[in-house]
Design a protein around this ligand. Structure first.
Ligand code: ATP
Length: 240
């Protein structure tokens, strides 16, 4: 399409203090599309998301959101601009109900409770299981359901861009498929998604674009439809 990218990361360099763990990473995401970042443990995927969200500072390269350079913007500014980040292993509040968790997710918006309740209804239509269990403590749900609640809470901020770090973490394969299916459906709401995953097949299946990162560098990038799964697994994940 001719539509400008929502997020554009160019030749990003970042890390922790003087330690550079991301040395040359580039990718884009358009509205209603999903880009998956794959790579071994320690490749620099989480650090890439942290830098996009503003938690890590850039040592080189650039990040633009909606055409505007944002690498000097604070985390809070980026949230206000429409970015929402679900960190790896993000926990929901176990003792609070599902609905209370969702309300907390919307807290950063200075809007009336009635508006938040409209938003909650929209999230219930995306994740019907959350509606069914709305009055139960979040800790009573399964891991997959809690992951959906974590995503739902992030959506309460009404983001245009969702950064998702390993939503499949610790889930059984059949549950991973279901979470991925729900994530794929989110694209239809028009938001752009950056997904970091270890579950290669399940995530490539819902992706529009695939980026493989190794040692903090792009080693493969292209449309998901053009990526050969077997090649990808052999080259980067040590499959036989
Ligand atoms: P994983 O799937 O294991 O999270 P990843 O691709 O997301 O892997 P990162 O978490 O970005 O990788 O880590 C990249 C490198 O940065 C690793 O070598 C890691 O040890 C290092 N690292 C991560 N967090 C810190 C930190 N807070 N301080 C210093 N080094 C860190």
């Amino acid at each position: 399409t001719t539509q400008a990218p929502l997020l554009k990361v160019e030749r990003m360099v970042t890390g922790y203090g003087d330690l550079r763990v991301v040395r040359d990473v580039s990718f884009e995401v358009r509205a209603g599309r999903l880009t998956v970042l794959l790579g071994r443990n320690g490749a620099g995927k989480t650090t890439t998301l942290r830098a996009v969200s503003g938690l890590n500072k850039l040592a080189g390269g650039s990040i633009t959101f909606d055409g505007e350079p944002i690498d000097k913007r604070s985390v809070a500014d980026r949230v206000r601009m429409g970015m929402s980040y679900v960190q790896e292993g993000k926990r929901v509040l176990h003792a609070q109900t599902i609905e209370e968790n969702l309300l907390l997710g919307g807290r950063i918006r200075k809007v009336r409770r009635a508006v938040l309740h409209e938003e909650i209804e929209r999230i219930y239509s995306l994740f019907p299981i959350l509606k069914e269990k709305r009055s139960l403590p979040a800790g009573s749900m399964s891991g997959g359901q809690q992951q959906m609640l974590a995503i739902g809470s992030a959506l309460m901020a009404k983001p245009r861009l969702l950064l998702l770090d390993e939503p499949s973490g610790g889930l059984a394969p059949v549950v991973v498929k279901e979470v991925m299916q729900r994530v794929a459906e989110l694209k239809e709401t028009g938001i752009g998604i950056v997904l970091v995953e270890q579950a290669v097949e399940a995530s490539v299946a819902i992706a529009d674009d695939v980026v493989v990162v190794d040692m903090g560098r792009n080693v493969l990038a292209g449309p998901a439809a053009s990526v050969d799964l077997e090649d990808l697994k052999r080259a980067y994940f040590g499959a036989p």
